[in-house]
Design a protein around this ligand. Structure first.
Ligand code: SAH
Ligand code: SF4
Ligand code: F3S
Length: 451
C-alpha cells in the first residue's frame, strides 16, 4: 500500500448526518459520507462540532415529514452560531417537497433528490466556496451508484442495494412517486461489490429492494433473484445472506429453488401482508387475497420449513371496519409471524387512496387497532420463543446487550434477538447457543461452541 495513503490529513470540515426512513436511506447516507471523505471532509456525531448537517429524509408517512420540518427549523440558531455552516437535505422528502423545503426553510443550502444525491457532497463544497443555494431533483433513474466499501455501520455487516424504485400500484404508498420506476443492478456488479465487502471483513450481507424478489438484473426473462442468490452462494467468506422486502406476488419458481439450495440464506423472510381483509387488500391494490397469501406462506414453509416470516401492517386504511381489523388479528395469529411492524394509515398527497377516500378512521381507533395487533404479535412471538428453549442455534453476535453490557446481543438465522454472555464473544463472532429462557422480544442462552 502507498504509505502516503495511510496518513490521514486534517479534515477541512465535519459532517453530521441524520438518517430518517428505511435501510435504503442508511445505505445512501453511507454513500454520501464516502463522497464527503473523498473531498477530505470528516464525520461527527455532534451538532456543535459540525460544519455541515445533512438530513436524509423519508416521506412514507406524514409524521416522518413533520419531524424533518421541525428539526430543520431547529437548525436555524445552529447555523447562525457559526458563519459558513451548511444545511443539506436529501432523500424521499427532498424529492417530493424540494420547493416547499426551500420556501419554508430558506436556511437550507442544498436540496438533492433521490436520483441526485451522489452530487450532494460536491454541492455542499461549492456552497462553502460561496456559491448556491442548490436544488437538484431531476436526475435520471440509475441503479449503478457506486459506494465506498469502507463506510458502513458495522465492519462485518453490510447492506447492498440491488434495485431502486418500485413499479407496484399500492394505493396508499408514496414510494413509487419519490423513488421512481424500478431498476435493477446487474448481477456481476453486485457480486463484485459483495466480494469487495467480504475482502474488507464482511460476513453478512442484506440485499435491499422495495420489492426485492422482483429483481431482474436488467435482463428481464433470464435473470431472477434466484440467479443472484446462486452467484452470491459461491462467494467464499460470505456466511450469511438476507433480502428485504419481498412482495407476496413477485416470487417465481427459480427464486424458490435457489432459496432452497442456498447454503448461506438466513431463515427470515420479510413479506408484508398489510391487512387480513380481502376488501382492504383490494382497496390497497396489493394484488393478492388473504388466501393467496396463505398459499405463498405454505410454499415458503414447504421450501424452507424453519423460515421466520416478518410482516408490515397498515391499520385504519380508509373504510376499515372492526370486522376487517378482526380479520387482521386472526391472520396474524394463524400465520404466526415472527415479527410485525404496524403503521397507522397516513394519507399521502397525490396517492390514489388519499385522492379518492377520506381518512375516515379516527386516530384513537387507529391507535387501538395498532395496540391490538401488536398484542397478538407479542403473544405469538412469546409462544414461538418459549418453544425454542432447549434448542441449540447458530447466532451471529453484533454488539453488547443494551440492557446489560456484560452480555452480548446477536441474531439467530430467523433474525430473532439472542443474548448470551461469554468472554470469547466479539462483534462478528458466530457461535452455537443453547436457549435457556425467552421473552416475546429476546431469547437468552449459553454459548456451546464457537464457529
Ligand atoms: N416496499 C415495501 C415497504 C415499503 S414502506 C413493501 O411493499 O412491503 C414500509 C411500510 O410502510 C409498508 O410496508 C407499509 O406497511 C407502510 N406504509 C406505506 N405507506 C403507508 C402509508 N401511507 N400510511 C401508513 N403506512 C404506510
Ligand atoms: Fe410501496 Fe407497495 Fe411499492 Fe412497497 S410494493 S414500496 S408498499 S408501492
Ligand atoms: Fe421512506 Fe423513502 Fe424509504 S419514503 S421508507 S425513505 S424509500
Amino acid at each position: 500500500m502507498d504509505p502516503a495513503a495511510t496518513i490521514e490529513s486534517t479534515p477541512t470540515a465535519r459532517v453530521k448526518m441524520e438518517v430518517f426512513g428505511c435501510q435504503m436511506n442508511v445505505v445512501d447516507a453511507e454513500l454520501v459520507l464516502g463522497r464527503f471523505k473523498g473531498l477530505n471532509y470528516g464525520e461527527t456525531d455532534r451538532y456543535e462540532d459540525a460544519d455541515v448537517v445533512v438530513f436524509n429524509t423519508c416521506s412514507v408517512r406524514g409524521h416522518a415529514e413533520d419531524k424533518v420540518f421541525s428539526r430543520l427549523g431547529a437548525l436555524r440558531p445552529w447555523k447562525k452560531e457559526r458563519p459558513g455552516r451548511v444545511v443539506a437535505v436529501m432523500g424521499c422528502m427532498a424529492q417530493r417537497e424540494a420547493t416547499d423545503i426551500r420556501r419554508r426553510m430558506p436556511h437550507v443550502d442544498v436540496v438533492a433528490g433521490t436520483r441526485d444525491f451522489p452530487k450532494l457532497a460536491g454541492l455542499v463544497d461549492r456552497v462553502r466556496g460561496g456559491e448556491g443555494p442548490f436544488l437538484v431533483i431531476d436526475g435520471e433513474e440509475r441503479p449503478d451508484i457506486e459506494r465506498s466499501p469502507t463506510s458502513r455501520p458495522r465492519p462485518f455487516q453490510a447492506y447492498v442495494t440491488i434495485m431502486r424504485g418500485c413499479n407496484r400500484p399500492c394505493t396508499y404508498c408514496i414510494v413509487p412517486t419519490v423513488r421512481g420506476r424500478e431498476i435493477s443492478r446487474p448481477v456481476d456488479e453486485i457480486v463484485d461489490e459483495v466480494k469487495g465487502l467480504v475482502d474488507d471483513g464482511v460476513i453478512e450481507v442484506c440485499l435491499l429492494g422495495q420489492t426485492v424478489n422482483a429483481y431482474d438484473g436488467q435482463d428481464r426473462g433470464r435473470t431472477t433473484l434466484g440467479t443472484l442468490l446462486r452467484a452470491l452462494d459461491r462467494v467464499d467468506g460470505l456466511r450469511r445472506l438476507r433480502f428485504v422486502t419481498s412482495h407476496p406476488s413477485e416470487f417465481n419458481d427459480d427464486t424458490w429453488a435457489a432459496m432452497a439450495e442456498s447454503s448461506k440464506l438466513d431463515r427470515f423472510l420479510h413479506m408484508p401482508i398489510q391487512s387480513g381483509s380481502d376488501r382492504m387488500l383490494k382497496a390497497m391494490r396489493r394484488g393478492y387475497t388473504v388466501d393467496k397469501y396463505r398459499r405463498i406462506v405454505d410454499r415458503v414453509r414447504e421450501v424452507l420449513p424453519d423460515m421466520g416470516i416478518g410482516c408490515d401492517w397498515i391499520v385504519g386504511f380508509p373504510g376499515e371496519t372492526e370486522e376487517d381489523h378482526e380479520a387482521s388479528l386472526r391472520i396474524c395469529e394463524e400465520i404466526g409471524f415472527s415479527q410485525s411492524f404496524v403503521f397507522k394509515y397516513s394519507p399521502r398527497p397525490g396517492t390514489k387512496a388519499a385522492e379518492e377516500h377520506a381518512d375516515d378512521v379516527p386516530t384513537d381507533v387507529k391507535k387501538r387497532r395498532n395496540r391490538e395487533l401488536l398484542a397478538v404479535q407479542e403473544r405469538v412471538s412469546l409462544a414461538a420463543h418459549r418453544a425454542t428453549v432447549g434448542e441449540t442455534m447458530q447466532v451471529l453476535f453484533e454488539a453488547k446487550s443494551r440492557l446489560d453490557d456484560s452480555k452480548w446481543s446477536g441474531r439467530n438465522p430467523q433474525h430473532r434477538i439472542v443474548v448470551a454472555a461469554d468472554e470469547r464473544i466479539r462483534p462478528g463472532t458466530i457461535a452455537d447457543v443453547r436457549i435457556e429462557d425467552a421473552t416475546a422480544l429476546t431469547l437468552f442462552g449459553d454459548v456451546v461452541a464457537l464457529r
